[in-house]
Design a protein around this ligand. Structure first.
Ligand code: FEO
Length: 392
């Protein structure tokens, strides 16, 4: 795609990646993604903000064909999907200075072997004049690496946010047109990489309140012409109370655990509790991560295999522990054949979660009437706890 004009002497550049289905060899990308760079031409100097993932370098280099000089390359984030083509840009524009946070400088040298004398580091709040356009750099650490920053273009009131506030969507829309679709993609991205750092991200959002922002231009997904849409969504994900929802990742081998899951879901629904159920044998872990953003309770359903939880269930516990959602309660249900340490193993895998463990329900073989009664009791306990906390 060719470069696209956003405003006078401000252009979108980069690449739309329609085919990518997995990011970092981990994160499902059902809608592909984009790697956005931006070119800003001031009356005296020209800056390129970020680059693209190296496999798409040729697209950015083609867009730069008619650009005679770049004075500054702004690197908001050292991860290679934004920084990986910087060495080729520096080769094309050897006089350009690479602007980054001090922490990013070290990381860019480590990751890309960029020579130290290419760098100009900027402190939090420092500005850089391009003549009639001014870039203000705002350090926003831990989005989702420690070195991240964003750039505010003062005269045009545009915030260039890189990963922060972005969404993984391949689209020909320069601007967000379908907020519902973007909400889901942005929430998926927040859940998968930013949720564990929400206390720092909250501070980053607070920093932005002193800037009048007309537009947010991220480095993944379309530009937000209505910034309050995505900022309000982040506020909700970070600060909103958990909802009256149980997330139920489960796996079943011969049907007994599935019977328990079905009964338990029905009991929860009867008691007014919402359930998001994920069969771990087939689920998209991005959907599971999204559900964890708002849930008050996790209940893991697993058979006992080789004396412990099924590996898929262990994987979901590991994921929840790493993502540190704001859940308050956790329990385990499932079937076993002759014994094992499923509860102890799973409970030991979630040290990061500040949760109350509700009495697990494990049954021997297929669930009996007594086991169903225990599941009803667990559903009642969950409903009561949610009500006591005022979760809606
Ligand atoms: Fe889009 Fe953290 O890279």
């Amino acid at each position: 795609m060719k470069a696209r004009k956003i405003k006078d002497r401000i252009y979108w550049m980069g690449a739309v990646d329609w085919d990518s289905r997995l990011f970092d060899s981990l994160i499902p990308l059902p809608d592909g993604t984009s790697y956005n760079a931006y070119l800003i031409e001031g009356s005296e100097k020209t800056a390129l903000l970020d680059s693209v993932d190296p496999p798409m370098a040729s697209e950015l280099l083609a867009q730069l064909e008619g650009v005679p000089e770049i004075d500054y390359i702004i690197s908001h984030h050292a991860e290679q999907d934004h920084s990986g083509t910087i060495p080729q840009i520096l080769e094309k524009y050897p006089n350009a200075k690479l602007i980054s946070t001090p922490k990013a400088k070290g990381m860019l040298i480590d990751l890309l072997q960029i020579p130290e004398d290419s760098f100009l580091t900027v402190e939090d709040g420092e500005s850089l004049s391009l003549g009639d356009k001014t870039l203000r750099f705002i350090h926003t650490p831990w989005v989702h690496w420690p070195e991240t920053m964003v750039t505010y273009l003062e005269e045009d009131r545009i915030l260039f946010s890189c990963d922060f506030l972005g969404s993984h969507i391949a689209t020909t829309d320069l601007y967000v047109t379908d907020e519902g679709r973007v909400y889901e993609a942005a929430k998926r991205y927040f859940a998968e990489i930013m949720m564990p750092f929400r206390n720092v991200i909250k501070k980053n959002l607070e920093k932005l309140t002193s800037y009048k922002i007309d537009m947010i231009a991220p480095s993944h997904g379309a530009i937000y012409p209505r910034p309050s849409f995505i900022i309000d969504a982040y506020h909700d994900w970070i600060l909103g109370p958990p909802r009256n929802t149980v997330v139920l990742p489960y796996v079943s081998m011969h049907g007994s655990t599935k019977q328990m899951v079905d009964y338990f879901v029905s009991a929860l629904v009867e008691k007014g509790v919402r359930v998001e159920q994920f069969n771990l044998a087939v689920t998209d872990i991005g959907k599971l991560a999204m559900a964890l953003v708002d849930a008050a309770t996790i209940v893991v359903g697993t058979p006992t295999v080789l004396a412990g939880p099924h590996p898929y269930a262990a994987n979901s516990a590991f994921l929840a522990n790493a993502l540190r959602p704001k859940v308050k309660f956790l329990s385990i249900i499932g079937s076993y054949g002759w014994g094992g340490k499923t509860v102890e193993t799973l409970a030991g895998m979630i040290p990061n979660l500040k949760v109350e463990l509700l009495e697990p329900v494990l049954c021997k073989g297929a669930p009996s009437e007594e086991d169903f009664k225990a599941l009803s009791d667990l559903a009642a306990t969950v409903a009561k706890k949610h009500k006591e906390h005022g979760f809606t």
